[in-house]
Write a protein that binds this ligand. Structure first.
Ligand code: B12
Ligand code: SF4
Ligand code: SF4
Length: 311
C-alpha cells in the first residue's frame, strides 16, 4: 500500500504543481455518449474509439486501483503582444506530451522504489502506466475526483490557487493508497464571462462545449486539407493556433502565477517574441524551430491554412 503523504512529498520534490489520487472506478456520472451523439467531437474520430476503456480505468489497465492526477502549470506571465491572441500559450514550449510524461515517469519510479515497495524494477514497470492527453482517459474527470480542481463552465479544470493554465496527466496503478482525495466545490457561481466572450458560441451552455465550433478544434484538429467553415473563420479574430479567450477572461486566472519550470519556457523559435510568418517559412526551418512544439500537430500546411497572409 502506498502512502498519500509520500505522494505529496515527492510531487513537491519534483516540482509538480498539484497532485491528487482517486480510486480507479468506472465513470458512471459522465455522459460522453450524449456528447458524441450531438456530434460535438466533429472530426475527432479518436473520441469515439475505446469508449469502454475511456470510461473505466480498470478496463484500460487490468487490476487498476488508483488514478493519480497531476496538474502542471504552463502559465507564462510575460505578455508577448505579437503572440498573444494568435498562438495559444500552451503551444510555445516543448510539447507537453513529452515533458509531462517524463515528469510522471520520474514520479512513478520514485513512488514505487524497490526500497519502498519491495518490487524489482521489472515488477515495478508492470504496476503502473503514464497517460498524457492522447490516451483514452477522461482526464478532467480524474482531476475532479482527485481534488485538483473543478470543471469550469468553459469545461476546463480550474484550481483555486493556479487558475486553469495547466496540463493534466495521470499515473494509473494497480497499487492502492492509504488515503484518497475528494472532489472540490465548483466556484464558478453566477459568472458567465467565458460563455459571453467565446466568439464562436462554442460554449452552448454552462459546462457544455461543442468542440466542433471551438477555434482550438478548427486550428489544430481539423484536417489541414480542409477549409475552416466560414461561420468559424469569420469569428476567429487573429487566432491561428488554439484559443485562450475563455481562459483569459476567467476571474480565477487574474492572479495565476507563472511557471518557473524551464520545460515550459518558449522555444528558441519564439524567443524574440515575434509571431512567425508560416507562409514565408520552409519545412526545414519549421522542423528545426517548431518541430518539438505542439505546432507540429497541424504542421506547416495546417498553420498556413490557419494564418491569414500578411499584406
Ligand atoms: C477532445 C479535447 C479537446 C476538444 C474538445 C474540448 C472538450 N471540452 O471536450 C477541443 C479540440 C475543442 C479542445 C480544446 C482545448 N483543449 Co483539449 N482536450 C481534449 C481531450 C483529448 C478530451 C476531452 C474530453 O474528454 N471531452 C469529452 C467531453 C465529453 O468532456 P467534457 O467537456 O468534459 O464535457 C462534459 C462535462 O462538461 C459534463 N457536464 C455536463 N454538465 C455538467 C455540469 C457540471 C456542473 C459539470 C462539472 C460537468 C458537466 O458533461 C459533458 C458531456 O456532455 C482532453 C485530454 C483527455 N484525454 O481528457 C484535452 C484537454 C481537455 N484539453 C486541454 C486544453 C489545454 C485545451 C485548450 C485550452 C487548448 C487551447 N488553448 O486551445 C482548449 C480549450 C477549449 C475548451 N473551452 O474546452 C487540457 C485541459 C487542461 C485543463 N486545465 O483542464 C486537456 C485535459 C489536455 C491535457 N492533458 O492537459 N480539447
Ligand atoms: S477556446 Fe476559444 S473558441 Fe473554444 S470555447 Fe474557449 S473561447 Fe470559445
Ligand atoms: S469565466 Fe466564470 S463561468 Fe467561466 S469558468 Fe471562469 S469562473 Fe467559471
Amino acid at each position: 500500500m502506498l502512502k498519500h503523504k509520500d505522494l505529496v512529498k515527492l510531487g513537491e520534490q519534483l516540482g509538480i504543481d498539484k497532485l491528487g489520487v482517486a480510486r480507479a472506478e468506472a465513470i458512471r456520472d459522465h455522459d460522453l455518449t450524449a456528447w458524441l451523439n450531438k456530434g460535438y467531437h466533429g472530426q475527432m474520430g479518436y473520441m469515439e474509439n475505446n469508449r469502454e476503456k475511456r470510461q473505466d480505468p480498470t478496463v484500460l489497465m487490468t487490476g487498476a486501483q488508483s488514478v493519480i492526477s497531476a496538474f502542471i502549470n504552463y502559465h507564462q506571465k510575460e505578455a508577448q503582444p505579437d503572440l498573444d491572441g494568435r498562438i495559444s500559450r500552451y503551444a510555445r514550449s516543448i510539447d507537453y506530451h513529452v515533458t509531462v510524461k517524463d515528469l510522471l515517469h520520474k514520479l512513478a519510479a520514485k513512488l514505487l522504489e524497490p526500497e519502498v515497495t519491495g518490487m524489482s524494477r521489472k515488477e515495478r514497470a508492470k504496476v503502473y502506466r503514464v497517460f498524457v492527453d492522447s490516451a483514452p482517459v477522461m482526464e478532467k474527470h480524474w482531476a475532479i475526483q482527485a481534488g485538483i480542481g473543478w470543471q469550469g463552465k468553459h469545461t476546463n479544470i480550474i484550481t483555486t490557487d493556479l487558475g486553469s493554465w495547466g496540463f493534466l496527466g495521470e499515473i494509473i496503478t494497480t497499487v492502492a493508497f492509504d488515503e484518497y482525495d475528494t472532489p472540490v466545490a465548483d466556484h464558478c457561481g453566477t459568472c458567465t464571462a467565458c460563455i459571453d466572450a467565446c466568439p464562436t458560441n462554442a460554449i452552448i451552455k454552462p459546462y457544455e462545449l461543442d468542440g466542433s465550433r471551438c477555434i482550438s478544434y478548427a486550428t489544430i484538429e481539423l484536417d489541414a486539407n480542409e477549409k475552416i467553415p466560414s461561420d468559424i473563420r469569420e469569428h476567429m479574430e487573429e487566432w491561428f493556433f488554439g484559443c485562450d479567450i475563455c481562459q483569459d477572461v476567467c476571474p480565477w486566472n487574474r492572479s495565476a502565477p507563472a511557471s518557473q519550470a524551464d520545460a515550459f519556457q518558449p522555444v528558441a523559435g519564439f524567443a524574440d517574441g515575434e509571431c512567425p510568418d508560416f507562409h514565408q517559412m520552409d519545412e526545414e526551418r519549421f522542423n528545426k524551430d517548431f518541430g518539438q512544439t505542439p505546432l507540429e500537430r497541424p504542421g506547416l500546411a495546417g498553420l498556413r491554412r490557419n494564418q491569414l497572409k500578411r499584406d
